[in-house]
Write a protein that binds this ligand. Structure first.
Ligand code: NAD
Ligand code: LMR
Length: 325
């Protein structure tokens, strides 16, 4: 049996975590031969509720789940962890944009960035889901100077999956037949879901669906999906968010599929003319735990304008929390 891998989850008594923890413990992240230890972080008032979640985890008698620790102390939670899922943050309610959460959530990522910097494994993979995810990732990175920006990513995989699902439904194929969709930019309503490079059963997507559907239905549907889930459920997406978190972290750790990529918010190196240092969602391939931004894609004027628009919003968010960088 392999040695257990240490995985931290913050916001562990919250709704995304309630889907995520059971999937992690059943081996969906790293496989059925990889035991894990879970390090669960919550704020003090939520610890009693978290105790109930831990009872349920134990009651599943998962063979891969070795140790579960519960704490309200970030340094204890992140000690030597190989993976960290940063879910702990306030979700938005109806009528809010994700950036409205910046003032209440930003500080969390400054504190947790510092704690990761001090105690996490130097190879830790930190996936930030708490909103606004891209700018929270930037804050965590800047507060963790001894780790690399490559240790961190913002979650845009849910938007990526939403794009795949819309395209599969429109074209009447299984989701596995859709490849190479892209989410550019911010996990917000300015994100640009792009299908110019997407394939449906190996054929160019835009030769199979009409441009009007792409511009006037597909783009706004993906951009507004989070808000529409909130409108319908009264709560933000949770099971689909947990699913995306596993898929993004798994692709990062174990590699992307040949001929396909995922979308991930990573530190811009200036690729596609985006300002260096912003946490921007790009098409990403991963091999041996290292991610690379897909290079050389042809970008038309329509796409350039949308990629700039979401970049501008990220600059505004960054400027609003300058004191934490
Ligand atoms: P939730 O309110 O159900 O759970 C959040 C939990 O975080 C709560 O239990 C809370 O006590 C805890 N928490 C708050 N501050 C904390 C801290 N400093 N340390 C540790 N835990 C802390 O919310 P949720 O539905 O699970 O969503 C969590 C976050 O994820 C929200 O910000 C939401 O907007 C975001 N989200 C992002 C995506 C994405 O695609 N990036 C998708 C869905 C949700
Ligand atoms: C989502 O995309 O579902 C999440 O970011 C939650 C939200 O606020 O929309």
């Amino acid at each position: 049996m392999k040695n257990p891998v240490d995985i931290a989850v913050t916001g562990a008594a919250g709704q995304i975590s309630y889907s995520l923890l059971f999937r992690l413990a059943s081996g969906e992240l790293l496989g059925a031969d990889q035991p894990i230890n879970l390090h669960l972080l919550e704020i003090t008032p939520a610890l009693p509720a978290l105790d109930g979640v831990v009872m349920e985890l134990h009651d599943c008698a998962y063979p891969l789940l070795h140790r579960v620790t519960v704490t309200d102390n970030a340094k204890q939670a992140f000690n030597n962890v190989d993976f960290a899922f940063l879910l702990g943050a306030r979700p938005r309610g109806p009528g809010m944009e994700r950036k409205d959460l910046l003032q209440c959530n930003a500080e969390i990522f400054a504190v947790q960035g510092k704690a990761l910097n001090e105690v996490a494994s130097r190879n830790v993979k930190v996936l930030i889901t708490g909103n606004p995810a891209n700018t929270n990732t930037l804050i965590a990175i800047r507060n963790a100077p001894d780790l690399s920006g490559e240790n961190f990513a913002a979650m845009t995989m849910l938007d990526h999956n939403r794009s795949i699902a819309q395209l599969a439904e429109k074209s009447g194929v299984q989701t596995t037949e859709i490849k190479n969709v892209i989410i550019w930019g911010n996990h917000s309503s300015t994100q640009y879901p792009d299908i110019h490079h997407a394939k449906i059963k190996g054929q160019d997507a835009l030769s199979l669906v009409d441009n009007d559907w792409f511009v006037n239905y597909f783009i706004p549907t993906v951009q507004q999906r989070g808000a529409n889930v909130i409108k319908a459920r009264g709560l933000s997406s949770a099971a689909s968010a947990a699913n995306a978190a596993i898929k993004q972290m798994r692709a990062w750790a174990l590699g992307t599929e040949e001929g396909d990529w995922v979308s991930m918010g990573v530190v811009s190196d200036g690729s596609y003319g985006i300002e260096k240092g912003l946490v921007y969602s790009y098409p990403i391939t991963s091999m041996d735990g290292k991610v690379s931004i897909v290079q050389g894609l042809k970008i038309n004027q329509f796409s350039k304008e949308r990629m700039k628009l979401t970049e501008t919003e990220l600059k505004e968010e960054r400027d609003a929390i300058k004191h934490l960088l």
